[in-house]
Design a protein around this ligand. Sequence first.
Ligand code: IMP
Length: 193
Amino acid sequence: MKICFATNNQNKLSEIQQILGDQFHILSLQDIECFDDIPEPYETLEENSAGKAEYIYSRYQIPVFADDTGLEITALKGAPGVYSARYGGPERSAEQNMSKVLGELKEEQDRSARFRTIMTYIDHTGSYQFEGIVEGQIINEVRGAGGFGYDPIFIPSGYSQTFGELPAKVKNKISHRVRSLARLVEFLKSRHN
Ligand code: IMP
């Protein structure tokens, strides 16, 4: 079965193909010859994720899923949330994003935060959403060179290293994205077995 994953991020594609196995053939946006800059105009992860999947389904009519992720910090009332990619400015720089967060949390005792992913899957039967969350803490410095985005300032609950320090193998077992994907996979497999 062929499914489009509405992304051009190679890391996300190979991560997802590995989890899904041979039963599903994942196509990237490039594979379906979609070179559009898909808009993400909404104020919630749910709407942006659904908007991306709908954009592809309405044009290509193939089963598709799309994700949207945000870092939600309790002391910042859920910010940066849906604005995570461009929190520190339009350059979408991870360094600027992290430094803005660290500045805002400087005097803050409550360091709790979570990454949350919403996956939307659409096919001819309807539209379905799957959530994945990893809880943790924001530390007060940048630690580790692995991962991307806010990984070097986030320690997942139950660990003492940041996502930037932990091996990718560990992150990919417990991450928000993998958890939302696992729910989608369970759904797809239950329908195709
Ligand atoms: P996207 O929806 O996956 O593109 O994620 C939006 C933004 O959230 C990214 O640009 C990153 O800043 C942040 N983000 C998403 N996933 C992760 C992650 O696994 N680690 C750290 N930051 C992430």
